[in-house]
Design a protein. Sequence first.
Length: 610
Amino acid sequence: MTSKEQRRVGDQKEAIIDSICASKARSFILKKPAQTRKFLEQYFADVPVDDLIGRDENIMARAAIEHLEFGARRRRGQALLRIFNPTEKEHGYSSKYSFVEMINDDMPFLVDSVAAAINRHELAVHITVHPIIAVKRDAKGKLLSVTDPDDEDARNESYIRFAIDRESDPASLKVLRQEIVKVLSDVRVAVRDWQKMRARMLESRDLIDVGLKGADPLLRAESQALLDWMVDDHFTFLGYREYKLTKRGKRQYLKSVEGSGLGVLSRDDRGSKTVELTPEMKRLARSRDWLILTKANSRSTVHRSAFLDYIGVKTFDKKGNPTGERRFIGLLTSVAYSESPRNIPLLRHKVRMVFERAKVDAGGHRGKALAHIIETYPREELFQSSVQDLVRTTMGILNLQDRKLVKFFLRRDTFRRFYSCLVYIPREKYTTAIRRKVEQLLFERFEGIAVDSAVQISDSALARVHIIVRTSEGSATKPNIGKIEQEIDDLVVTWTDRLREALVEKHGEEAGRHLFVNYDTVFPVGYQEVTAPADACNDIERIEWMLEQDSKRSVALFPPDADSGDNASFVVYSMDEPISLSAALPIIENMGVKVHSELPNEASLEIGRS
């Protein structure tokens, strides 16, 4: 937008806000017109002009003042929330939307967290108004006045108003309200304990120096550096809790340390369950790594609705025996996703190890291709995968060399809670419908309980689909990777793709490709559904013969196959005009055979074929 256009939009917005302020709507709290104007200017200051154009200024003013008066009394720390459908009788206006209104202490994550909760109920947000209003209240929370944002005696309050899809069902609105209340509570405790959680991570960093004598010093330094990097605004801290490793006979348990919880894990009903260690968890506890990097089982209710990142820092005694875990949950920030893996502690260590084990020259063509694969690799996979997994998968991707093949790579979560699937599909074959079919296939093969996916389409010949299939506890499926890859290939490769393969196999590369160019779009969908590509080759041969001989009619008899029992197929080819069944049937029956069904198909050949 040019500076001239910006000025024009600014002038237009200023004129609309002036009209709103000049409306007849009045507040019973703000007695002076100047106070009301100050409030309305702050309320609409950051609303996009497109959300203001064409709307009734009197109704906008009335709605804003009602929002203010909803917070006529509010104590610090209290969250006010209401969800309603406006009516002429009660509000003086009606709307095609439902409205969610909140008043809260000003803090991060409020708007995006509540919007995500609304979206989880499959309700769209159409308009968002989120002013920060400077107010003065008395000791009991009574609103006294609206003042300037730089007033040191004022407090800044967050006023949020969402216009969402209209919902009139009281039960649905009650459930939505309950979820938003929970989200507001989670936001509050996460913001409240943010500094404490950062401090716990710095303490945990120092614990990495304790125990595990003889461990790799470089891995120790990289693990410590990663925690420093997380604290440096690369991780949004949402919850923390400590756990102790205990034994009862031969069984081992991870028990929550009472009172250690912070943020969303500060309540005893979240993350405090004593868990018996599975064989996989025991193996992980004995490993020589300090950090556990994976995904939690639950989605975040704060900031964005993604599965929580789980960072576990294992603790050891002086003899190097595992004693417990310090667990952090939260979300990697956007900066963490955009930064090069070569600059991220621990990841840079993994990258070096991948190049060493793959024996690839970093300066050569394959080395540069491998570096690009790693740079664009799903960031969660880089954190969670072992070096062995990364070598196997990245080298597999490198060896694809942009060939238009379907390829499937699989990794199982350390705790056996989900499968991480990378599926490569020829870009021209990728569609949303194909993705959904692949998701359903993997969901069924892994006996999943939930599935999520992310797609990357770039200049590469291949589209990448990253699919996470979550499984129930104790799931013991043993997938056949080769078979699943073939099943995905069957979903992706079309009938015409297989026709090309059949023609090339039967007639050779040049002749087969020439025939395919002439016939790839000839056969209708109904024909493709009942005819195998190999059988279509026979029909193409017959049609080619008729064209060479300038013949108008031809027939072919195909003996029974294993699927048809004793039934043979008798095909009549007719150029330009179809043969009616009433004309053909007596001739065929005179041959002493019975006709069970007829499947007519029409193929339109283009004039001037190559």
